[in-house]
Design a binder for this molecule. Structure first.
Ligand code: 3PG
Length: 374
């Protein structure tokens, strides 16, 4: 690793630690419904308790259910000595922390300085610790104050999960072969560099999900009202690449209900929602020929009941003998629901962060640790 990592000698009883976690987890009716990210942060939390650190936790949550981290606090309260605080009250409360306890600050993105990476705000945050730990790999693509600002002011270290994410995801730059890259989801405009890179790096690339609709369009097929990328992008070079495969059949919804069609049979009244069974068989064959699979992004619109393609793919990858690295919020939701999280070699906590790391081989949060004052 090119950045400093957390270790026993860095912390003695009473050390004041500022810890950035990613606790942006699914919440419903005030309760955490998927604790994967929390569980993956446990090793660092338990380490800090056993080291007697006095830890201030900073995290964010998106605007679901009012944008509060209170449900996550209720979850953590069952396991740790922990208090919850507004940012305003946190200085006073942090002063009362005892060794092995935590103060958990409400959604840090409520503060303008966080997203703007305001230097004065980063400095204010850094006052909470004598050292900083980034255990939020999955937010480390964001150049925010709690990710890239604080390491300018404090000795900074990668948490255990952060270190593991970088180490394992870096395997893809020197992979066992044959190497299959599977990319789903949407938004070609953000994924083009990644596809171009992996057409060089991998032995085969399968591109599905809403991304495939853009390819169908370039081929001159009708896509009805299916989801397309917002920007007009020239995909012709990618489409003709010999390592590229796209779905050979699709599940569409129209007035007549659901049906399976070849991409060239789609009508203007159809909406493409998933990959079809033949596509799944095609990918299974590719998996059988591979030793290493990297997968991010669903094959269909699983949130609206079109999960068959993604579920079948998840089962195929998990049952294969390949080394498998998977990630992405939607992918995770599907494999978590299937209860097969432990059947993959590595499940990244990153969504956008995983994609950016794969494309750039680094992240703003990684660079900040490398340059940290510590
Ligand atoms: C994620 O869920 O991928 C991270 O928590 C980053 O969240 P964001 O997209 O809201 O920055």
């Amino acid at each position: 690793m090119t950045f400093p990592c957390l270790s026993r000698e860095k912390i003695i009883s009473g050390t004041r630690v500022l810890l950035r976690l990613d606790l942006n987890v699914p919440i419903k009716e005030g309760k955490v419904t998927d604790d994967f990210r929390i569980l993956r942060s446990m090793k660092t939390l338990e380490f800090l308790v056993s080291s007697g650190a006095r830890t201030v936790i900073v995290a964010h949550i998106d605007d679901k259910e009012g944008g509060t981290l209170l449900p996550v606090f209720e979850y953590l309260k069952k396991k740790f000595k922990i208090e919850f605080s507004s940012f305003k009250e946190a200085g006073r409360k942090a002063a009362g922390l005892t060794p092995g306890s935590f103060l958990f600050i409400e959604n840090i993105r409520e503060n303008e300085g966080e997203v703007e990476n305001d230097e004065a705000f980063a400095k204010e945050l850094s006052m909470f610790g004598s050292l900083y730990i980034n255990e939020a790999f999955s937010v480390s693509h964001r150049p925010h104050a709690s990710i890239v600002g604080v390491p300018k002011f404090l000795p900074s270290y990668a948490g255990f999960l952060f270190e593991e994410e970088v180490r394992v995801l870096s395997e893809v730059f020197n992979p066992p072969r044959p190497f299959l890259f599977i990319l789903g989801g949407a938004k070609f405009e953000t994924k083009i560099p990644l596809i171009q890179k992996f057409l060089k790096l991998a032995d085969h690339c399968f591109v599905g999900g809403a991304l495939a609709n853009d390819f169908f369009k370039v081929k001159g097929f009708e896509v009805g009202t299916s989801r397309l990328s917002e920007a007009v992008i020239d995909l012709s070079l990618i489409l003709s690449h010999p390592k590229l495969s796209i779905p050979s059949d699709v599940v569409v919804k129209s007035d007549g209900g659901k049906s399976i069609k070849k991409p060239e049979e789609v009508k203007s009244t159809d909406v493409i929602f998933d990959a079809g069974p033949k596509t799944v068989e095609d990918i299974k064959k590719l998996i059988l020929q591979s030793k290493f699979v990297l997968w991010n992004g669903p094959l269909g619109n699983y949130e609206n009941g079109f999960a068959s393609g993604t579920e079948a793919l998840a089962c195929a990858v998990s049952e294969s003998k390949c080394r498998s690295i998977v990630g992405g919020g939607d992918t995770l939701a599907v494999i978590s629901k299937l209860g097969i999280l432990d059947k993959f070699s590595f499940v990244s906590t990153g969504g956008g962060a995983m994609l950016d790391f794969l494309a750039d081989e680094t992240l703003p949060g990684v660079i900040a640790l490398e340059k940290s004052v510590g």
